[in-house]
Write a protein that binds this ligand. Structure first.
Ligand code: GUN
Ligand code: FE
Length: 469
């Protein structure tokens, strides 16, 4: 198995094994034992655990276990628009593509189709935890919570709060700050009913972003946050026109970050998406408040928002995770988000002063940290998920690949050889291992060449939630 030791270092255990109990918790981990099964039996005996209560999990030669991915920012309701954005940028994209689709999901038949698809697809890509934006509609938001729970995907589900007249379209908004708070409470109570301990599904307060909300609704959500001890999520400083608009709408606040701070929302339970154009002062304030950041590189490139400076934020000791930001981002895959985070960091480097250029570049290890342990910090679950330690939940994905076949002839793989050109097996994918690669090379190949064809099985809290046929 492979997981992050730190942001700079992966821990790759070749001859290890993990024992998971019936509650989905890791009970024993054995590293590099000549005979891992015996070592595991011994480790379990010492902790007083019976072998028949646990499932022993070991990977084969061309496989490894990796912690499940954590998507710290995804709009479940926008999934059908993946890839559809033309040349738009944030504000016209919202009005042209996004609000009409989100509004249409008050039709619960349509919402079920969309939410089923997004939960299945993200699970297939190894996303074991997602911080979802739903829509303004209470019924559809509750449906998303139901579907996450039944599929077994760990999820934070947020009803999108949008009560500011003027910015939001008439056909898609909350009627008043009071109505917004009341509707939000209804979605919290629904989750409290279906998953009282928030073992799989938890509510998350979701003021869409400052232009969509009023100070009244944001302050009401801050109050709900304290009463119910919940996470919150919003967008910040994504796009230049958006920042200009926030300055006009909130003349009494010192900055965009101060708008959220003035409403009581800038705290350690807030996930801020994008954070592309923050000022030095805003980043310092975010750091002081211990608020978290969801880095969404695919979206930031697609909507021409800009390139967020991960190293610059990390230097201020801010916790960062990755977000797909479907459908600002076109891909539901956190592996893709990690790859793009690495590439975008190269663009940040080319724009930096010479002395900083090398430092700006994120490594394979760093982006895989963002995808797992970084994300766990962002959603406040660093003690529960993100790595393989005793006491953590078994939220994991089994990654497997194809080894190149011997000989000069193209691999036939059981396909016709009588004159028909041999086709590669459909499940083969682009990650081909030749046998001479180091373990680090294999991980790098997975990051750059892998996709959901390599994600063989996925577990959340010990439950198998996806298996490739
Ligand atoms: N800002 C406000 N709403 C949205 C949204 O749906 N997506 C993105 N990327 N930014 C936003
Ligand atoms: Fe977003």
């Amino acid at each position: 198995f492979v997981h992050s030791k730190s942001a700079q270092e992966l821990d790759s255990v070749r001859n290890g094994a993990v024992a998971v109990d019936e509650a989905g918790k890791i009970q024993a981990v054995v590293r590099d034992a000549a005979n891992a099964d015996d070592a595991l039996t011994q480790a379990l005996k010492e902790t007083g655990w019976q072998m028949d209560n646990v499932q022993i999990t070991r990977a084969s030669e061309s496989e490894f276990y990796f912690p499940g991915f954590i998507d710290t920012h995804i709009h479940a309701s926008q999934f059908p628009n993946s890839g559809i954005f033309g040349k738009s940028t944030l504000l016209d994209w919202l009005h042209t593509y996004t609000f009409p689709l989100e509004s249409s999901l008050k039709d619960l038949t349509k919402a079920r189709k969309v939410y089923n698809a997004v939960v299945r697809r993200t699970l297939a890509h190894g996303t074991t935890t997602a911080a979802y934006y739903a829509t303004v509609d209470v019924g559809a938001t509750n449906l998303l919570s139901d579907l996450c729970l039944s599929a077994g995907q760990r999820a934070f589900v947020g009803r999108t709060c949008m009560d500011r007249p003027g910015f939001n379209p008439d056909y898609y908004s909350d009627a008043s700050p009071e109505a917004a708070a009341e509707a939000t409470l209804a979605t919290i109570e629904h989750i409290n009913k279906i998953d009282p301990q928030h073992e799989i599904v938890a509510p998350i307060l979701t003021p869409r972003f400052a232009p969509s909300c009023t100070e009244e609704s944001m302050s009401a959500l801050a109050k709900l946050q304290k009463q119910h001890n919940l996470l919150a999520q919003t967008h910040i400083s994504e796009n230049e026109n958006e920042i200009q608009l926030v300055a006009e709408l909130y003349p009494d606040s010192k900055s965009y970050a101060n708008v959220y701070d003035d409403c009581g929302l800038l705290n350690s339970k807030m996930i801020l998406a994008h954070a592309v154009h923050l000022t030095e002062e805003e980043a310092m304030l975010i750091s002081q408040r211990r608020a978290k950041i969801a880095h969404c590189p695919c979206s930031n490139s697609s909507l021409t928002s800009g390139a967020a400076r991960v190293r610059w934020l990390w230097d201020k000791d801010i916790d960062i995770g990755l977000g797909t930001d479907v459908s600002g981002g076109y891909s539901p895959s956190i592996l893709e988000a990690a790859r793009q985070a690495l590439l975008v960091s190269r663009h940040v480097a080319t724009g930096a002063v010479a002395a900083q250029q090398e430092r700006c570049k994120l490594t394979v290890e760093e982006v895989l940290f963002l995808a797992t342990r970084g994300g766990a910090q962002v959603v406040g679950l660093e003690d529960k998920i993100g790595g393989f330690e005793v006491g953590k939940d078994w939220d994991a994905q089994l990654i497997g690949w194809t080894c190149a076949s011997d000989g000069d002839a193209p691999a036939t793989n059981g396909h016709a050889t009588n004159g028909t050109p041999a086709a590669p097996r459909q499940e083969e994918g682009n990650m081909i291992v030749f046998g001479w690669e180091s373990w680090d090379d294999i991980i790098a190949k997975w990051l750059f060449c892998g996709d959901d064809r390599n994600t063989k099985s996925v577990w959340v809290k010990g439950r198998l939630v996806h298996a490739r046929g």
